[in-house]
Design a protein around this ligand. Structure first.
Ligand code: IMP
Length: 455
C-alpha cells in the first residue's frame, strides 16, 4: 500500500508531479482493488505540475495542473485540503480539460473549510508587483493576499460558503472589509460584486457536490487500506517560515504540515523529498551555486527550464547538497527522489557541500543566504545515461528516440545503472542521510528507476 507525502527539496519545480505520477502508477500496478487518492494540502495556482501522459489517442500529451492535484491526470480520486488557496475557476478549467483528454472517472473532494481565492487577490498581487519597491517576483496568482485574508479570519470565504446561498452576502461583507485597500487599486465594490457573482455562477453549481468534511473522508481512505498520496507544491526554500525570507511564498510547504490539516498521522506515511539534480529558482531570491553561463545556460536549454505557471526562465545552479540536507531535516524526510538525470547526462557536476561566510566555512544554511559563497567538493561527478542524444530539450520530438533507451535502463533496475550514476547517488545519500527511492530519467511516467523495496 502506498502512503506518501511528496514535497520539493529546493526552490520548486523539482518534478513533484512526475513523482506523484510514478507513485500512482505503482499503486495501480498492485491491482488490489483499493482506491487511490492524491491530495493537495497547500499553495494554490502558483504551482505548475507538468505531466506527460497518454491521451485517449495513445499519444504522449503535455498536461499541466496548477490548482488540481496532479493525480487528476491519472484518473484517480483527487482531494483539496483546507490550507489550499483554492482558485475555483482555474480548478474547473483543469477538470474540464482532464475530462476531454482522459475520460476522468475519479472522485473529487474539496474540504468545506478550504478558502476561496478570487479575482481581487490576483489583482492585489499584480498591483503590488508593479507598484511596490521591494518585489518578490510572485506568480501573480494572488497567493500573498489570499493567505493574508485567511489569517485575518473575517475575510476568509470558505468553500462551503462559496457553494451555498451565503456567497453573495459573504462576498459583500468581505469587499466592505477590504474597501480601502481595494479602492486604492481601482476596485469599486458594487459593480465588482455583481461581476464576480456572475463569473462564478455556473462553476459554483458544478463544484457544489464536492464539498466534504475532508478530515473524516481521509480517515476512511486510511482505514480502508487505500493508497494515499499527498503532494506538496513549490519547494522547501520557499516555505513561509523556513525559506529565504522575504523571497518566499505565503504557505506552509513542509511535509509535516500536511498531517494536522488533513487529519492524518505521520506514523502512517513515508515522506519523500523530490530533488532535481540541480537547483533552480524563479522570481527573486538568491541561489548560492547559481551558474549563468556554461553549465547554467546549457541546462536551461537542455532542460527547458521555463516556469509552467509564468513561462519565466528559471535560474540554474550546480547541485547543492547542503540545501538538500536541510530539506531532509525540515521535512522529516525518509526518502529522496532525484529528477532530471537525463538533462545532466554527460555534464560535469560540481557539488556544493559547505558555504563560505566571510572566509569561514559553515555546514549550515544561514537566514541571509545571500551572504554565502558555495564551497565545492574537489571531486566532480559525471555520468552518462546513453551515447549520443545529448539534447533532450525538445521533449515531445525527442521522446520516440529516447524512449527505448530509457526503457532499457528502467528494466535493468538500480543495480545496473551506470556505475558513475550509482556513485553519485550513494555519495549523495550518505551526505544527506536518506536513501534515494527513485531516479527519474525522462519526463514520461514509467521513466524512473524505482527502488520499490524502500517504499
Ligand atoms: P507566489 O507564491 O506567487 O506569491 O510567489 C512567491 C515566490 O515563490 C516567487 O519567487 C515565485 O516565483 C515562487 N514560486 C511560487 N510558486 C512556485 C512554483 O511552483 N515553483 C517555483 N517557484 C514558485
Amino acid at each position: 500500500m502506498i502512503r506518501v507525502v511528496i514535497v520539493g527539496a529546493l526552490g520548486g519545480d523539482e518534478g513533484k508531479g512526475k513523482c506523484v505520477d510514478e507513485m500512482v502508477n505503482y499503486a495501480k500496478s498492485q491491482n488490489d482493488g483499493k482506491r487511490i487518492v492524491t491530495i493537495r494540502y497547500q499553495g494554490g495556482a502558483n504551482a505548475g505540475h507538468t505531466l506527460y501522459v497518454q491521451g485517449k489517442d495513445g499519444k504522449l500529451k503535455r498536461f499541466i495542473t496548477h490548482s488540481a492535484p496532479s493525480g487528476l491526470a491519472s484518473n484517480v480520486d483527487c482531494a483539496v485540503g483546507p490550507d489550499v488557496a483554492f482558485d475555483p475557476l482555474q480548478f474547473y478549467e483543469e477538470l474540464k480539460e482532464a475530462k476531454q483528454i482522459f475520460d476522468y472517472k475519479g472522485k473529487i473532494l474539496i474540504s468545506e473549510r478550504t478558502g476561496v481565492l478570487l479575482d481581487y487577490h490576483k489583482q492585489l498581487d499584480a498591483w503590488r508587483e508593479s507598484n511596490e519597491k521591494r518585489k518578490i517576483g510572485t506568480t501573480k496568482s494572488g497567493i500573498g493576499p489570499f493567505y493574508e485574508d485567511n489569517a485575518r479570519r473575517t475575510t476568509r470565504i470558505t468553500f462551503k460558503d462559496y457553494v451555498s446561498d451565503k456567497f453573495t452576502h459573504r462576498l459583500k461583507d468581505v469587499l466592505e472589509l477590504k474597501k480601502t485597500e481595494l479602492e486604492k487599486i481601482g476596485i469599486k465594490s458594487d459593480e465588482y460584486h455583481d461581476k464576480i457573482l456572475k463569473e462564478h455562477d455556473d462553476v459554483r453549481k458544478q463544484l457544489a457536490p464536492f464539498a466534504q468534511r475532508l478530515e473524516y473522508r481521509m480517515q476512511e481512505y486510511v482505514e480502508n487500506g487505500d493508497h494515499v498520496i499527498i503532494e506538496g507544491s513549490q519547494g522547501s526554500l520557499l516555505d513561509v517560515n523556513m525559506g529565504t525570507i522575504p523571497d518566499i511564498t505565503s504557505s506552509h510547504l513542509l511535509a509535516p504540515h500536511a498531517f494536522p490539516s488533513l487529519g492524518l498521522s505521520r506514523k502512517d506515511f513515508k515522506i519523500i523529498c523530490v530533488e532535481k539534480v540541480y537547483p533552480t529558482r524563479v522570481g527573486e531570491g538568491y541561489l548560492p551555486t547559481l551558474q549563468t553561463d556554461g553549465f547554467g545556460a546549457q541546462t536551461v536549454k537542455r532542460g527547458g527550464e521555463f516556469g509552467a505557471t509564468t513561462g519565466r526562465q528559471r535560474r540554474v545552479g550546480y547541485p547543492d547538497w547542503l540545501l538538500a540536507k536541510r530539506a531532509a531535516l525540515l521535512n522529516d524526510a525518509d526518502l529522496f527522489y532525484i529528477t532530471r538525470t537525463d538533462v545532466v547526462s554527460g555534464q560535469e557536476l560540481k557539488v556544493c557541500v559547505e558555504y563560505d561566510v566571510d572566509g569561514k566555512k559553515i555546514a549550515e544554511v544561514p537566514l541571509d543566504i545571500s551572504t554565502v559563497k558555495p564551497v565545492y567538493l574537489e571531486k566532480t561527478y559525471k555520468f552518462k545515461l546513453w551515447d549520443g542524444h545529448e539534447d533532450v530539450s525538445n521533449v515531445l520530438d525527442i521522446h520516440e528516440k529516447l524512449e527505448p533507451l530509457r526503457k532499457k535502463i528502467v528494466e535493468g533496475g538500480y543495480d545496473n545503472l551506470p556505475k558513475e550514476l550509482k556513485e553519485y547517488i550513494e555519495e549523495h545519500d550518505k551526505f544527506i542521510g536518506c536513501k534515494t527511492v527513485g531516479i527519474s530519467l525522462g519526463p514520461a511516467t514509467g521513466e524512473t528507476v524505482l527502488r520499490t523495496e524502500l517504499l
